[in-house]
Design a protein around this ligand. Structure first.
Ligand SMILES: *[C@@H]1O[C@H](CO)[C@@H](O)[C@H](O)[C@H]1NC(C)=O
Ligand SMILES: *[C@@H]1O[C@H](CO)[C@@H](O)[C@H](O)[C@H]1NC(C)=O
Length: 315
């Protein structure tokens, strides 16, 4: 279909336009003070706007000192991998050859999970989290253990709802969750050159929902810098699947790899998978969310089969 012109039809060039131009130029000669005032007002308004924009920009990222963006919100990355030297964190754990990191780094891909899959999996998170929610900071839903934030505590969704859980989640929801986990696992294995079957899902693997309300308890404080392998010894590879769009759904809330000299950010985008080796080579934090709601899933893998957990099932 040919594009339709929606604008007002152009006035034909001719005496009319010339007449208007003449009139306006006469007017400006007759009342120069008026025009000066108008210009002054425009200039003041303009500089106010610029000042406001600067202040707003400053409030968004001023405290961060960020120097490099690994993945912009508007980019669609087929896959980006940045290798970083492994820390010694893995030495104090049992090594599983062909799985425990020898090559460390970070990857980001928008080609593993589709936007539609992200939308559907986000609706699982919305359903589950609508049953609870923390008093502030981050709320979590763990379909493996059943843990759900409620107020200042957690409840076990499965114990609490019993068989009624089947009226909340469907078999398709759980199938989608397993498919997504499988795709992420394959992407990690490929990026690090290991076999996908040597990776085991581990806990905690969970949905998170973050808004701008201040955290009331320490476990809802999501913004501190940390090393996953220090926090959770079983983690070898951490992944995040984002389910909302940075600056469309929320502000703040970027993921930051913290390094001397240059912090590196990943801007969340629904369907974007970001993964990395879990040791201190990947010290990271999440910026505070300033507005809106940010959804994501953290999916963790271990090389130690003893620390493996199975996919959640509805029955
Ligand atoms: C990295 O971020 C932290 C806090 O978010 C900040 O204190 C530090 O100065 C930043 N580093 C650089 C090099 O910008
Ligand atoms: C953030 O979420 C909590 C529930 O976890 C809710 O009580 C609060 O009102 C929300 N805040 C905003 C600003 O929407």
């Amino acid at each position: 279909m040919a594009p339709q012109r929606r604008g007002a039809p152009k006035a034909p060039e001719g005496s009319g336009a010339a007449e208007r131009r003449r009139q306006s130029s006469t007017k400006s000669i007759r009342v120069p003070r008026d025009v000066r005032k108008k210009w002054l007002r425009a200039a003041v308004l303009g500089s106010c706007t610029v000042l406001a924009a600067c202040l707003f920009w400053g409030s968004l990222g001023g405290d961060e000192g960020i120097t490099e963006v690994l993945a912009h919100r508007s980019e669609i990355l087929p896959g980006r991998f940045i290798e970083v030297p492994c820390s010694e964190d893995y030495d104090s754990h049992r090594r599983f050859e062909g799985c425990s990191p020898r090559k460390c780094g970070r990857g980001i891909s928008d080609a593993v999970i589709t936007r539609d899959e992200a939308r559907r999996i986000r609706s699982i998170a919305e359903k589950g989290l609508s049953l609870g929610g923390s008093d502030g900071g981050a709320s979590i839903l763990d379909l493996h253990s059943g843990a759900l934030s409620v107020g200042k505590h957690f409840v076990n969704l499965y114990r609490y709802f019993g068989d009624k859980i089947q009226t909340i989640f469907s078999e398709e929801d759980f199938q989608l969750y397993r498919d997504v986990r499988q795709k992420v696992q394959l992407a990690i294995a490929q990026a690090f050159g290991i076999s996908a079957s040597s990776l085991h899902l581990t806990k905690p693997t969970f949905f998170s929902r973050i808004n701008s309300t201040e955290a009331r308890t320490a476990h809802d404080e999501y913004w501190h810098a940390h090393v996953d392998k220090v926090t959770y010894g079983s983690f070898d590879y951490t992944s995040l699947l984002y389910l909302s769009d940075y600056l469309d759904d929320f502000g703040g809330g970027r993921f930051v790899f913290m390094e001397e000299g240059a912090n590196k950010t990943v801007e969340p985008r629904a369907g974007r998978v970001s993964f990395f080796t879990s040791g201190s080579e990947n010290l990271h934090r999440v910026e505070k969310v300033h507005w809106g709601t940010r959804y994501a899933i953290t999916i963790a893998f271990t090389c130690n089969p003893d620390h493996g957990i199975s996919d959640p099932t509805l029955t």
